[in-house]
Every structure is written in C-alpha cells, then in structure tokens.
Design a protein around this ligand. Structure first.
Ligand code: GLU
Length: 307
C-alpha cells in the first residue's frame, strides 16, 4: 500500500464518517470528558518508511485513557518479564471494562491486563521501588520515546476529575488488596492509574507511538520482538473488552480502545494506525472509529487473518 493510494482514501474516509452522522455517546462518568463534542473524527497511519498520513483533526490531543494500558504493560514486561502473569491472566473476559464480577469467582486474579482490575495490578507492579511521581515519569518517558515527541503530557485536571468519581475503580483496588494482589495502598496505585489514563495525545502522536507494536523499521526499539508478539495477541483477544470478538471479526487487527474515543490499531509489519472519535458504542469503544477501522481494513486488505 503506497502513500499515494492511501492518502486519498483517508481523506475520503474522514468525509464519509462526517456524512454518516452516527456518533454514539461520549463517556460521561468522568466529568471532564462529559462535555466533549462527539462529532469529531481523526485518523493517522504510519507506514514502514516512517511517513505519517492523516485526515480529520489529527493534531487534536485527546485523553488516551485505557490505551495507556498497552504502554504500562510494555514497561512491566520489560522490567519484570513473565512474573507479571502470576498476578494477572491472559484470557478475554467477555465482561465490561470495569466489571467486578469475575474478580470474586477468580480470587482476585484479573482475567487480563486490559480490563481495569488487570490494569490496576499492572500499575501496582510498576510502583515497586518507585514513588508514583517516578513511575508516571517512566510511563511518560516510554511514550515520548516511542512517539519521538517530548511534548506529550498528562492532563492533571482530567486525572482529578476521574479520581473524584472513580468509586468503581476504588472498589476494584480495595477488592484486589483483600486478595493480596495489590502491594501498595489503593489510593497510591489508583492515583498513578488515573494519571496514566489522563495522558493526552493526538492521533498523529499515538500512531507514531504504536510503531514498535507493528514492528515497523522506522520504530525506536522499545521491547523485544517476542514481547511485541505477545502484546499483539492480547490486544486482539482482549483489547476492546467485550467488543473484542466483534472487532476481530470486522477488522481482524490487534487494537486497544479507550473511553476517550481513541483506538490504536496494529497491522504487523505494515502500519501503525490511530483513530479518534469520542462517541462510544455499547461496549465503551469508539463508534465511528470502529466503523472507520473496518472500512480501512476492507480497503487495504490489512488483517492478521489474511496472508
Ligand atoms: N480511566 C478509565 C477507567 O478506569 C479507563 C477506561 C477505558 O478507557 O476503557 O474507568
């Protein structure tokens, strides 16, 4: 797929999404995200040679929310390797991102690192030997290096806003602690978790940060190839919560969604893709963004199920 073929398609795709006028609803449980206009769209695609193609509001920063879980897991895998799996599983949950149900049945061992309980455990692991400020600076440094962009920052206002209403996540953290699967005070781990979720990036920055997951030659080296392969497997099976099966069916590429409406999508060896549209579907994944991803994979033929 050359840039000359892809750019007109992306421009047309952005126009088509605007015309389709089917946006879903923005996340309203985080007060700071409730006021965002759902009628917005952006897409960026990085090709193996490093070219970035974009359409729509691709320079507009948005809250990456759960997409941050990819980066914290990458750091945890790099730092403590396979010992993370003693604390969190690798199976799709079939439940909502913030579900507490499975945690009781499975004795405080979260199903996977992308549901909130699993991500909170991963962040807890990153706090070993580090103060929250240091762990957050490590997360930010990792993302800045992956994207090659020092301007990426945390929106502390969004973090405070989520903390003020984050009762479900507090319940999850205390519940994990009761099973001895949280080594720090819930407040400490959650403070770090809320701040990592509040990192803001544009689709351009996010697509650049995802280059290492697609193993593009233009990417800085972040983690080993074996770890990238495993992360992609988890993104395919668990990256969209209980919408993961549908996304694999429609798009066929590893991805991670966030309730800010972002999507990071990996076409291994071919492209790193970021899409943003803040209106969400019933699973908490971007509604217009998911549709756009399906159009893109139809057009390019990119799919891990197609040789
Ligand atoms: N910060 C959000 C939460 O924990 C992340 C959820 C998401 O993006 O899916 O509720």
């Amino acid at each position: 797929m050359t840039a000359d073929e892809l750019q007109p398609f992306l421009t047309g795709l952005a126009q088509r999404v605007m015309r389709e006028d089917d946006w879903g609803t923005q996340a309203d449980y985080i007060p700071d995200l409730a006021g965002i206009d759902p009628v917005q769209f952006a897409i960026s695609v990085v090709l193996p040679d490093g070219q970035v193609l974009s359409a729509g509001a691709s320079e507009q920063p948005f809250s990456i929310q759960s997409i941050s879980k990819i980066f914290t897991l990458s750091i945890a895998l790099g730092r403590i390797g396979d010992s993370i799996w003693a604390r969190v599983g690798r199976e799709p949950s079939g439940d909502a991102f913030n579900s507490i149900v499975l945690l009781e049945n499975e004795q405080g061992h979260p199903r996977n690192p992308f549901i909130n309980a699993g991500a909170i455990v991963t962040t807890d692991a990153l706090l070993a030997g580090r103060a929250p400020r240091e762990a957050l600076s490590e997360i930010l440094q990792f993302i800045r290096m992956a994207a090659g962009d020092e301007s990426i920052h945390i929106n502390r206002h969004v973090a405070r806003s989520e903390k003020a209403t984050g009762h479900r996540n507090m319940a999850l953290a205390h519940y994990l602690r009761s099973f001895d699967n949280l080594t720090h005070e819930p407040d400490l781990t959650l403070g770090t978790y809320f701040h990592q979720c509040s990192i803001e990036m544009s689709t351009r920055q996010l697509a650049l940060a995802g280059r290492y997951l697609a193993a593009l030659p233009c990417s800085p080296r972040m983690i080993s190839d074996a770890k990238v392969r495993r992360l992609n497997a988890l993104m395919l099976t668990c990256g969209q919560y209980d919408g993961s099966g549908e996304f694999a069916f429609r798009v066929g590429l590893p991805s991670k969604s966030g309730v800010g409406g972002g999507l990071l999508i990996v076409a291994p060896g071919k492209a790193s893709i970021a899409i943003w549209s803040p209106g969400l579907n019933e699973h908490g994944n971007s509604q217009a963004g998911t549709r756009a991803a399906a159009h893109l994979s139809d057009f390019t033929g990119w799919s891990v199920f197609r040789p």
